[in-house]
Design a protein around this ligand. Structure first.
Ligand code: HEM
Length: 423
């Protein structure tokens, strides 16, 4: 804890604490006493120290920051807590995630054309079939073994990745590459995921989002786009590769954004939701017997387990947020899991109420950058939970603590052992 005065400010930055669980006590303390709280950014796990940032934890303030892109910029310092290398900034800003209106609007409109609900819905049958077969295989293997399975390694990791590769139109033989890339970019704070960090000439770890670290992914994006122009299909890469308004650098950046944004988020949401169902047998029972609908259930599970923990903005001008003065150039970081449990907005925020309506969670963000893949994500999660109710036993039993990702960005689960032998 740091801070002057009588009420100390707990640390919500250190990625290592997220390996133990979401620091809800710290979040609540910040919401109640320091809704906009200064956080130190010391060196952690070999990654260099930063200048510190403001942590925004109340729902109302999180929504304000996300909606007000003229004050809180995605462009100035991009969207990750860690400052990018200034030399990499021009490159990183080519991604629409790291742009502000009005420029952002152009790419958003272009790319939305590839993401129409009609196209997404066409993947529904394949997605459901995949949920069915992965769950069935996990149960069969558990029965022929010790009655347990790991829902992350046996079901949800493959589920998220294969659904995304179908949507993009990535051939089966290249799927492992995508998993490797997302592990490198998202899991970089977790030694289990990323391995030993690659060091640059200065002996410091190379930022996995820098151009040099991404070259292989971009080369692949170009090769895939060329293939799609020769062999068009009903997938997102064909739509992007044949769009005359999208430039080659825009296409490669968009491929990168989709591979990261579309995989690790669902890869977190799916086991996160299943874990909540294991822990809340009554809610699971009501979902199974059809008392509650899967659409509201998906959103409540996303509220309680938001896949994204933080996004960063940079103040374009001096401003005041919840009574705190913020100076031009300060980093401002919103905390999604805190906003989703703000008792000012959600009655009994720690109760899993699968019928909760309205449910204004911010798991998909808000404002101009609100998630473009939300429809596809909800479609996948609905199919997974519905098939879980059909294929897994009526009472789910935990077979050990889930393994959690060391990251202050993605709320990831690395394992979810469950006893399914009795079904
Ligand atoms: C449960 C799953 C998902 C969650 C929780 C999620 C969350 C988010 C959030 C919070 C943002 C806003 C970023 C910001 O404020 O700067 C975002 C943006 C985005 N997401 Fe998702 N996402 C999910 C799944 C997906 C999927 C499946 C795709 C694509 C296949 C996708 C594509 C995108 C894109 C392209 C953006 C950038 C939009 C822009 O900059 O205008 N997401 N997502």
């Amino acid at each position: 804890m740091t801070g002057s005065g009588s009420v100390p400010v707990p640390d919500v930055f250190d990625p290592r604490q997220y390996g133990q669980g979401i620091p809800h006590d710290h979040y609540r303390h910040l919401r109640d006493h320091h809704p906009v709280a200064w956080q130190e950014e010391p060196e952690v796990l070999g990654w260099p120290a930063g200048p510190g940032f403001w942590a925004v934890t109340r729902h109302e303030d999180v929504v304000r920051v996300l909606k007000d892109s003229s004050t809180y910029s995605s462009y100035l310092g991009a969207t990750q807590i860690r400052d990018p290398d200034p030399a990499d900034l021009p490159f990183i800003r080519r991604m629409m995630l790291n742009q502000d209106p009005p420029h952002h609007r152009r790419l958003r409109v272009l790319v939305s054309r590839a993401f129409t609900p009609k196209r997404i819905d066409r993947f529904g049958t394949g997605v459901r079939e995949r949920a069915r077969s992965l769950l069935t295989r996990a149960v069969t293997e558990a029965r022929s073994g010790d009655g347990t399975c790991d829902l992350v390694t046996q079901v949800t990791d493959d589920y998220a990745l294969l659904n995304l590769t179908d949507l993009l139109g990535v051939p089966d033989t290249d799927r492992a590459l995508l998993l490797h890339w997302t592990r490198r970019v998202i899991g970089y704070q977790d030694p289990d995921e990323a391995g030993t960090p690659r060091l640059g000439p200065d002996g410091k770890p190379v930022n996995p989002r820098s151009p040099s670290a991404l070259r292989d992914m971009f080369d692949y994006a170009h090769a895939l786009a060329a293939h799609k122009r020769r062999h068009p299909a009903d997938d997102v890469m064909t739509s992007l590769a044949t769009d005359p308004e999208l430039t080659a650098p825009e296409l490669e950046m968009f491929f990168f954004l989709l591979v990261i944004a579309g995989n690790d988020t669902v890869r977190s949401a799916a086991p996160g939701g299943l874990h909540l169902l294991v822990e809340n047998p009554e809610a699971y029972g009501r979902l199974r017997n059809g008392e509650v609908g899967s659409a509201t259930a998906v959103d409540e599970l996303l509220r309680r387990h938001p896949p994204v923990l933080t996004f960063r903005r940079t103040a374009r001008e001096d401003t005041v947020l919840a009574g705190t003065r913020i100076r031009t150039g300060d980093k401002v970081v919103v905390f999604h899991a805190s906003a989703n449990h703000d008792e000012r907005v959600f009655p009994d925020p720690f109760t899993l109420d699968l019928t909760r309506t309205p449910n204004p969670h911010v798991s998909f963000g808000d404002g101009p950058h609100v998630c473009l893949g939300a429809h596809f994500a909800r479609l996948q999660l609905r199919a997974l939970y519905e098939e879980t109710c059909r294929r897994l036993p009526p009472s789910l039993e935990s077979a050990g603590s889930p393994g959690r990702l060391v990251s202050n960005f993605i709320n990831g689960l690395k394992s979810l052992p469950v006893r399914v032998g009795g079904c």
